[in-house]
Design a protein. Structure first.
Length: 366
């Protein structure tokens, strides 16, 4: 590259505001945070979030299964990566099958792209990948607000490789400025003809599913297949800048906007929360969330189905997740009622005890 070209690129970076502020719109791109689990087996039958925070599975119809693991096998400068390991092959691909790793972004977090305006910016996605054998997969940007998409193919080899893909500006269809899902970053690694029989849209266009993953290999072609990814960055402009590393604490806080838990997943300690009467045969607990969550969260048990016991005033009753209802959430405080077999006193305080291996999870994932 000539000196003039280098200066021109630097000028573009400065113009787009990529220096001096947060550049990477992806959360947990270095796969540092895995609140749910470091490794989960049997993935492929359902959508969901399993290991590394913010990275979900988007699937349909495949008989293939994989193990997903946060592992310490990253390229230079990265402690962790996300590893996929095929455990059940699917060599007879039905037309409606598909599997992708995805991250979904709120509309209010992508306004700087200025999509749908005459000043719309290009978008550059960069990431590091490797596998145990050569493969071809696709990286896709999907505009959920306007049902538009663009995708580009990338190659995987047995060595860590940094992939850079730039998507030209789209002047059609603005992102909604809210906390709902607007932009998806998808990594397609398996798909049937319903997603592969058209022509790959390398620039944004109205969505036609047949164009979304044209030309990809199938990750599920063999139980020997592995795929590793880390250092994922999505930024405004046509220049791929160095990966923006953030501290673990900052990355965790960003992840907790979408998922957080209370309890001890290691199964060593009880978690105790004060509880008071809510109504007849019902008490309540008030939980201060670690970070403001995106929206009122759903409740789940990350380990087991019987969370624990409400104890006090000479009475006690174990409860299940089915007895728990989120009554209110104001952005930082969750009020949860618990149905009981006894009628708590309005003048007595109680203790809600989560047993050692029970984790109460709050999720407001997109």
């Amino acid at each position: 590259m000539t000196k003039a070209a280098e200066l021109a690129k630097m000028g573009e970076v400065l113009t787009n505001g990529q220096i001096g502020g947060r550049r990477n719109l992806i959360i947990n791109g270095a796969m540092q945070v895995a609140q749910r689990s470091a490794s989960v087996t049997g993935i492929g039958a359902a959508d969901g979030y399993f290991t590394c925070d913010r990275w979900g599975v988007y699937q349909g119809g495949t008989a293939g299964r994989l193990t997903m693991t946060q592992t310490a096998d990253g390229p230079s400068g990265f402690a962790n990566c996300l590893k996929l390991d095929c455990t059940t092959a699917d060599t007879s691909i039905a037309s409606g099958e598909y599997f992708a790793i995805t991250q979904r972004l709120e509309g209010q977090d992508v306004q700087q792209i200025k999509k749908g305006t005459s000043d719309a910016e290009s978008i550059t996605v960069s990431f590091y990948v490797k596998g145990n054998a050569s493969a071809t997969y696709a990286v896709e940007l999907f505009d959920n607000d306007n049902t538009r998409q663009a995708a580009q193919l990338f190659s995987v080899t047995t060595d860590w490789t940094r992939v850079v893909k730039t998507f030209t500006a789209d002047t059609t269809g603005a992102f909604d400025d809210d906390n709902a899902q607007s932009l998806e970053l998808n990594f397609w690694i398996h798909a049937g003809s319903n997603l592969t029989s058209g022509t790959l849209n390398q620039t944004f266009a109205a969505n036609d599913n047949t164009n979304r993953a044209v030309g990809i290999s199938s990750f599920f072609d063999s139980t020997d297949r592995t795929f590793f990814i880390t250092g994922v960055q999505l930024e405004v402009g046509s220049v791929a800048t160095p990966f923006e590393h953030r501290s673990f604490g900052e990355e965790l806080a960003l992840c907790q906007r979408y998922y957080q838990y209370f309890g001890d997943p290691a199964g060593t300690y009880y978690a105790l929360l004060p509880s008071l009467r809510w109504s007849t045969n019902t008490s309540f607990i008030t939980m201060f969330t670690h970070e403001n969550m995106r929206a009122a969260p759903s409740l789940s048990m990350a380990s087991g189905s019987n969370p624990g016991t409400v104890i006090g005033n000479g009475s006690s009753d174990s409860f299940t997740l089915g007895n728990m209802t989120l009554q209110d959430y104001d952005g930082r405080v969750a009020t949860i009622s618990i149905g009981l077999d006894f009628n708590p006193s309005s003048t007595q305080a109680y203790v809600c005890r989560l047993d050692e291996d029970r984790v109460l999870a709050l999720s407001s994932e997109l």
